[in-house]
Ligand binder design. Structure first.
Ligand code: UD1
Ligand code: CA
Length: 469
């Protein structure tokens, strides 16, 4: 699995209204046994990013100073994924999974001297919206503890129930421990909460495990806070945001939900999707207004398609930048480092990797362009291959502006073609071509009159002798 990295540098803190420092505590120690996987649950991917990264991304809007990921199973890999996304991520190891309260307590030593609010998120709940976290932050201004709740459509869902008294949250009761009256409450706990970090850790020290699961429930801090005369409330979000992932079925549903949302967002942003349900987005796909995406296009991570570009059917793009007016495909593959300037045309069965292609250049048919620079308005003929790999090392091909590369040219890198140069079809180019020159690098054609017929007659005679026909 490739590390999922930010493709753009993180915004520096610009918002001067932010007064309170924020720490994230992301719980990700659960085993996820229902995934039936060797991979830790939170590293399973949605739209090409681990679900953990989705949770971290949602919290970007909080501009957290500190990010603590509580890991257990597969801790090292989880830590690596977290740091690939945000190098500041810190890891707290929860050796034994004794409950969500116990999990949060593992972050306490790291955040001992931290001054500010802590947000607790679950690594397996990737769809909390930034707006929702902002609403929690707002509610925190009037309350010591804020819980994110939602109204569960399924009355029998086994979520913790929020016991409200007007705007005040009195306590949270886990489904297993709830009375029939409490189970009838539809307002449920999402698991997300916000409180002053020092207070949170202090409240947790009072949490006991004398309950139906014999676990240290994070949710108990609400009752404990109320008993101390502190204030608590709950903010509601859409149930869809709180969707947790416990199985492959959940994962597939989450992927579908992500894709559905990404398609709607693209359409709303002014992108034409000819058959939206056949287009697949990565978590970070950027499509410019008036770009047109034809059916069955797949975007891997790190793709930007600018205004007015068209991606034709059955193309696969990953780590690529398509500038204004470009046309890609049908059946094209753009791989990481494909940097295409304005009005570049990439046609059918063309693969481009780690190559910078300048304005108006065309690679229209059946070519491989890898580790190359191609100048403005250059035309690459059908079947051209940059032979970039010698079996040990990769080498670069440099092609100038307005070059005409004849069909079926092999460009054995490292090699360069100067501006306005030309190669003859079928050439194997092994040495540099100066500007304006024509390179012919193929055997000269010889025609032998009558030779073909003579040869065929001889072969037929041999066959007749062998088969008697
Ligand atoms: C929790 C809430 C419940 C809420 C539900 C929403 C508690 C006690 N209950 O229940 O009120 O309605 O989430 O989905 O908090 N984890 C650890 N270490 C542990 C235990 C859990 O890191 O020791 C992590 C898990 O990996 C998971 C998250 O915490 O990401 C939630 O744990 P889970 O066991 O799924 O909690 P629920 O029983 O679903
Ligand atoms: Ca759960």
């Amino acid at each position: 699995m490739n590390p999922i990295k930010r493709t753009q540098p993180k915004d520096k803190r610009q918002d001067c209204n932010v007064t309170m420092d924020t720490a994230l505590i992301i719980l990700a120690a659960g085993q996820g046994s229902r995934m039936k996987s060797d991979l830790p649950k939170v590293l399973h991917e949605i739209a090409d990013a681990p679900m953990l990264v989705h949770a971290m991304k949602a919290a970007d809007s909080l501009q957290p100073e500190r990010i603590v990921v509580v890991t257990g199973h597969g801790g090292e890999a989880v830590g690596r994924a977290a740091r690939d996304w945000d190098e500041r991520a810190e890891i707290a190891v929860q050796e034994e999974q004794l409950g969500t309260g116990h999990a949060v307590a593992q972050a306490a030593p790291l955040l001992k001297s931290f001054n500010g609010d802590a947000f607790v998120l679950f690594g397996d709940t990737p769809f909390i919206r930034p707006e929702t976290l902002d609403a929690l932050k707002q509610a925190r201004q009037q309350n010591d503890v804020v819980i994110l709740g939602f109204h569960a459509a399924d009355r029998d869902a086994r979520y913790g129930r929020l016991v409200m008294d007007g705007e005040t949250l009195q306590r949270i009761v886990e489904y297993k421990d709830a009375s029939p009256e409490e189970r009838a409450i539809s307002f449920c706990n999402s698991g997300v909460l916000c409180a002053d970090a020092a207070l949170l850790f202090d409240l947790i020290t009072e949490v006991k495990n004398d309950n139906a699961s014999a676990e240290y429930y994070l949710t108990d801090i609400v009752g404990i806070a109320r008993a101390r005369g502190l204030t608590a409330t709950a903010v509601a979000c859409d149930e869809a945001e709180t969707m947790g992932i416990n199985s492959r079925i959940d994962l597939a549903r989450a992927e579908a939900a992500f894709q559905a949302g990404a398609r709607v967002k693209a359409l709303e942003d002014g992108v034409t999707l000819v058959a939206p349900e056949t287009v697949y987005f990565a978590h970070d796909t950027v499509l410019g207004r008036d770009s047109i995406i034809e059916p069955n296009v797949v975007f891997g991570p790190g793709v930007t398609v600018e205004t007015g570009a068209r991606v034709r059917a059955f193309s696969h793009l990953e780590g690529a930048h398509v500038s204004r007016g470009g046309t890609i495909g049908p059946f094209a593959r753009l791989r990481p480092g494909a940097e295409l300037a304005e009005d570049v045309h990439i046609g059918n069965f063309v693969e481009v990797k780690n190559a910078i292609i300048d304005r108006g250049a065309k690679v229209n048919h059946l070519s491989y362009i890898g580790d190359a620079d191609i100048g403005e308005a250059t035309n690459i003929g059908a079947g051209t291959i940059t032979c970039n790999y010698d079996g040990v090392m990769k080498h670069r091909t440099r092609i100038g502006a307005r070059v005409f590369v004849g069909s079926d040219t092999m460009l054995v890198a490292p090699v360069s073609l100067g501006d306005d140069a030309m190669t003859a079809s079928g050439s194997v180019i092994t040495s540099d071509v100066e500007p304006g020159a024509l390179a012919l690098a193929r055997a000269r054609q010889v025609n032998k009159p009558g030779m073909a017929r003579k040869l065929m007659d001889r072969l037929r005679a041999i066959k007749a002798k062998q088969t008697g026909r």
